[in-house]
Design a protein around this ligand. Structure first.
Ligand code: AMP
Ligand code: FE
Ligand code: FE
Ligand code: ZN
Length: 291
């Protein structure tokens, strides 16, 4: 069996519902050779996942997902093997976290004015050490009996342009890319064909810019990409000579995605690691012949 890796998974350290250990157990059960942890704006789950991977004999790929924005479009960037002590990256992640916290207060105030009372303290509790996102607010709304499920929380209140919508502080994609690359990471444009927060998919013109700025790869194989969307991005990525990755974007129960439903080959992972200038992390043996 050729080795396969899931290069995009979330945990309770951001907006997933599982612990890093759970993701590792799932990966082990389905026979993956390794997996990445790519929580939003934080590296706080790395140690937990690294230890769990060591126990299961799986490769751990340390990552982070930054949400950036250009012209109202949300653009997600994955950075692998970044130096977690890089000052510029740490400062920006702290800022993103603080701005999210402030935004949660504003959303809760708007909700209150709409007759939907949600304790912001409870939202913080639900988020734990994760940067606070709308999914945490949705959970608190369900708990308080205001809505039946996450989708109604978004459809009726939280979605972009909805009555309780507050835009979030975001940096430009090229700046985000340089932050990750300057912190020594290999960089991948996440699910470019998905308009996760509205605003439409990534444009080919922006891919040109990101490629010029040092992008390493494109997450072509993603569960939310229809086959024709994946084919289009595969061709675009190839035209720039970029690596092509696959991953599930697993979020536990919060999204209907299954860990390992899309994966990356050992050969691609090895090339990706070769593009990370930070060589401080443990070397991962991903040689396809070494299995
Ligand atoms: P935030 O980072 O706080 O803006 O929240 C973004 C997350 O909310 C995304 O990753 C999605 O999981 C979720 N989300 C955004 N828009 C919607 C929507 N219209 N319906 C369901 N979930 C959404
Ligand atoms: Fe997410
Ligand atoms: Fe994303
Ligand atoms: Zn993600």
């Amino acid at each position: 069996m050729p080795k396969r890796y899931d290069l995009h998974t979330h945990t309770v350290h951001s907006d997933g519902t599982t612990q890093p250990e759970d993701n590792v157990s799932l990966a082990s059960e389905i026979g993956l050779a390794g997996l990445a942890l790519t929580d939003h704006d934080t590296v706080s789950g790395w140690t937990q996942m690294r230890d769990a991977c060591a126990r299961h004999g799986l490769a751990f790929i340390p990552g982070i997902e930054l949400s950036t924005e250009r012209d109202g479009r949300s653009v997600h960037l994955l950075g692998y093997w970044v130096d977690p002590t890089d000052t510029a990256l740490v400062v920006e992640c702290d800022r993103l976290r603080n701005e999210r916290s402030r935004r949660a207060d504003e959303i809760c105030e708007l909700l209150a004015s709409l007759g939907v009372g949600v304790e912001v303290a409870r939202v913080r509790e639900l988020a734990g050490d994760a940067p606070i996102g709308r999914p945490h607010i949705a959970s608190a709304m369900i708990e308080a009996g205001h809505v039946a499920d996450v989708q109604s929380a978004f459809d009726d209140y939280l979605a972009d342009g909805g009555p309780a919508y507050v835009p979030k502080y975001a940096i430009d994609p090229v700046r985000g890319l340089r932050l990750l690359a300057d912190a020594g990471g290999a960089t991948v444009l996440a699910h470019p064909g998905v308009s996760e927060d509205g605003g439409g998919p990534v444009t080919p013109a922006l891919l040109d810019e990101l490629a010029d700025a040092g992008l390493s790869g494109v997450e072509v194989d993603h569960p939310a990409h229809e086959p024709e969307v994946a084919a289009r991005w595969r061709a675009l990525a190839e035209s720039h000579g970029l690596l092509i990755t696959g991953a599930s974007d697993f979020h536990g129960d919060r999204k209907d995605l299954h860990l390992g439903e899309r994966t990356t080959t050992a050969a691609t992972l090895e090339q990706l690691q070769g593009l990370a200038s930070n060589k401080m992390h443990d070397k991962i043996s991903v040689s396809p012949t070494a299995s």
